[in-house]
Structures are given as structure tokens and as C-alpha cells.
Design a protein around this ligand. Structure first.
Ligand SMILES: Cc1ncc(COP(=O)(O)O)c(C=O)c1O
Length: 386
């Protein structure tokens, strides 16, 4: 079989590789605790599951759904953005349903990147921002996220010739994997930069509802002038514990939304209607449910950070996301460390290098297990480190 060169260029998705090794270990009877992939373990609100069942029982909800998202779905997204962020969206032209935000993120380069043009990606960052660029023959410019800069990229440090060829800039706060948050002033600078250089600002905001201790994450679209240059990706996966449902949205600049819609109408045929019906209910989840769920993450986080402290390891202090970003002892290679930890203890963490070269020296620990299970994972790690 001869494969296309573009497939050769596409790295295997890191969590698919880790998952394969874990399945082999589990087949041998090993008890593996997966703290690598960011999959919530708690259920969605009960009302959402009820809405899915109710809708699925309707014989008329099983045909092809709208390419763009059903009208009630898009209206519900617009209502959510108005209530939550004070952002006005036209549901018809500025809201598009996605099969999980990853699908839309992956399609951005196909719509906006030609060979010779550049995509600015945060490093460390979510791998899908980079991997789709390889497919279309675009170039990547990695914006380092450094601890000393509070994990924000230095936009002024991007060389002028790179900026001149840049078509897309990805930003993501609350950030995966560093767990950092960005002040609104940084988002304002980013919008001004994108406007000045005519770059699509693709803002990825799937952790906007996974916050605690009074922190309220903003939308990029709150920034004046953002609608001219920006779209925002958001998702039900982390916000409402619906990662397996595969439903999300892109909202914002209508030309960008239209371009992605044009791609999508060729690639897929909409999201199962009962999932959209249930997603509408999810968007109306009361803030009490979110607060209770987020409190659980906060408590779990402490289990992990206290163990890290006992081992003398530092981590990013955060009020958002379902991860802990921990720094390994000086000189430790993250991929070798994660592999050794998995082999020796059955605890799987994400090596920082999987998120980019500037993630080297760190690991990401996901809080997707009950506190006792996380305590068990950290106890095994501590035992190995002793
Ligand atoms: C930063 C970031 N963006 C996007 C996604 C994709 O989420 P979805 O489940 O909506 O495809 C993830 C999932 O882990 C993520 O961490």
C-alpha cells in the first residue's frame, strides 16, 4: 500500500498511542489509573440525560439533522453567550454546531492555510492545533508559553516575516496543558495584534465553565472589535461532562463560520438530533450544578498538589481546568518519565513534551477520577520516587 505524503507528515495522536499501551497492560491484568487523557468521569446533569432519552424516543428525531445545527440549538448557544458573556450572536450566521470542538479545530487549516502560510500555535498546546497544519502543507510557528511569562505568549517576539505570512493564531485560556488563565488585558492585546496583521484569531475556550474560587473565564468575543477577526470554539465535553457525546460549537466572525460550514457540509451531515436537543438543556444548567462539580475538581486538585509538594515538585497554581501541570526534577525527560511511571506503577500521566517542545520537563495530571483513586495514583508515584 502506498500512502499519501501528507499522511506520513501526520503524527499519530499521542493519546491513541498511550491508550494502546494501556490496553495491552490491562489485558495482562494490570490496574492502570489513567491520568493522561482529559476525560471527565462525572455524569452530565440528569436533566440532560433525560432530554436525550426523551428525544431519542421520538421516532421523528432520527433522520439527518441540519448541517449547521438545528435552529433551537443555535438559538440556545446565542442565548448562552448573551447570558454568560454579554456577547450578541446571530444564531443563523455566527453559530455553527460541531461534532465536538476538535472537529472544527482540525478543519481550520483546510479553510485558511495554504503552503507557505503560517499558523501561530501555543507551545505547549493542544496537539490538534498543530497536526492539521501538517496535512495542508502549512508552516507552524510555535509561540513559547513560559512559566516566567505566566504562560502567555510574547506576541511582540514573533519575527516580522512570520507575522507577515501568518493566517491563523491559536490561543486557549483557561489553558491546556499549563492550567494558566489570561487576563482580559492580554486578550485585548491579542485582538489588537490580530486586527493589525489581518490574522484569524482562533480562540479555544472549552474550559470556560471549569473554574472555581470566584474565577469567571472571559470569552474572546467580549473584547471590542474581536468579532472582526475572531472565532471562539467551545464544547460541552468539559463544561457539562459530555466528552463522549461529541457536540460543540464555533461562534463569532460570520465569514469564518461560513467557511467552516462550507467545509463541514462536504464532510459530515450534522449531529444526531437528540444530542442537540439535550445540549440545549445543558446550556441552561443552573450555576449551582457547575459550582458543585467544580468544587469536586478543586478538592481533587488538592489531593494531587499535596502529594507533589511532599515529593518536592512544583506545579502551576490555578483556578481552572481539570489538570495539574507539574514540573519534574531538573533534567528529567517527560516522555521517559511518564513511560517509566506507567510501567512501574500503572499510573499514566501525560508527558509535557507531547504538547510541544516547551512542555518538556513537565507532566500533566488529569483530575478525572474520584479523590481516593487519585490518592492511590499519587501514593504509587510517591513510592516509586522514594
Ligand atoms: C484545549 C482543548 N481544545 C479542544 C478540545 C477538544 O474537545 P472536544 O471534546 O470538544 O472535541 C480539548 C479536549 O481535551 C482541549 O483540551
Amino acid at each position: 500500500m502506498e500512502y499519501a505524503q501528507r499522511l506520513e507528515n501526520l503524527p499519530t495522536y499521542v493519546f491513541a498511542t498511550i491508550g494502546k499501551r494501556i490496553r495491552a497492560m490491562q489485558a495482562e491484568g494490570r490496574d492502570v489509573i489513567r491520568c493522561d487523557i482529559g476525560s471527565p468521569d462525572m455524569p452530565p446533569p440528569e436533566t440532560v440525560v433525560d432530554a436525550l432519552c426523551h428525544s431519542a424516543n421520538d421516532p421523528h428525531r432520527h433522520g439527518y439533522a441540519s448541517f449547521y445545527g438545528s435552529p433551537p440549538y443555535r438559538v440556545a448557544v446565542a442565548d448562552f453567550y448573551r447570558a454568560r458573556f454579554g456577547v450578541e450572536l446571530n444564531p443563523e450566521t455566527q453559530v455553527l454546531a460541531l461534532i465536538g470542538s476538535k472537529e472544527g479545530i482540525f478543519h481550520v487549516p483546510a479553510a485558511f492555510v495554504d503552503p507557505g502560510t503560517v499558523v501561530l500555535v501555543p507551545d505547549p498546546g493542544y496537539p490538534t492545533y498543530r497536526n492539521a497544519v501538517y496535512l495542508v502543507g502549512g508552516e507552524l510557528y510555535r509561540m513559547p508559553l513560559l512559566e516566567e511569562n505566566d504562560w502567555l505568549p510574547d506576541l511582540e517576539a514573533i519575527p516580522a516575516d512570520v507575522v507577515a505570512r501568518a493566517r491563523v493564531m491559536w490561543l486557549n485560556y483557561p489553558n491546556n496543558p499549563t492550567t494558566a488563565i489570561a487576563p482580559l488585558s492580554f486578550l485585548e492585546r491579542a485582538v489588537a495584534f490580530a486586527r493589525e496583521h489581518n490574522i484569524l484569531l482562533a480562540y479555544d475556550n472549552p474550559y470556560s465553565e471549569v473554574t472555581w474560587d470566584g474565577y469567571v473565564a472571559p470569552s474572546i468575543l467580549q473584547v471590542e472589535g474581536a468579532m472582526d477577526v475572531a472565532v471562539e470554539f467551545n464544547s460541552f465535553s468539559k463544561a457539562y461532562n459530555m466528552a463522549g457525546w461529541r457536540v460543540g460549537m464555533v461562534v463569532g466572525n460570520q465569514d469564518v463560520v461560513a467557511a467552516l460550514a462550507r467545509l463541514k457540509t462536504n464532510a459530515d451531515t450534522g449531529i444526531f438530533q437528540p444530542i442537540q436537543d439535550a445540549a440545549v438543556v445543558a446550556l441552561r444548567t443552573d450555576s449551582g450544578w457547575l459550582a458543585r462539580r467544580n468544587k469536586v475538581y478543586r478538592e481533587r486538585r488538592q489531593v494531587v498538589t499535596q502529594a507533589l509538594e511532599r515529593m518536592g515538585l512544583s506545579y502551576t497554581v490555578s483556578r481552572a481546568t481539570l489538570y495539574v501541570w507539574a514540573r519534574l526534577p531538573q533534567g528529567t525527560q517527560s516522555i521517559a518519565f511518564a513511560s517509566d511511571l506507567l510501567g512501574a506503577t500503572g499510573v499514566s500521566v501525560s508527558p509535557g513534551a507531547a504538547f510541544g517542545e516547551y512542555g518538556e520537563g513537565y507532566v500533566r495530571i488529569t483530575l478525572g477520577h474520584p479523590a481516593e483513586r487519585l490518592a492511590e495514583a499519587m501514593a504509587r508515584w510517591e513510592k516509586m520516587a522514594a
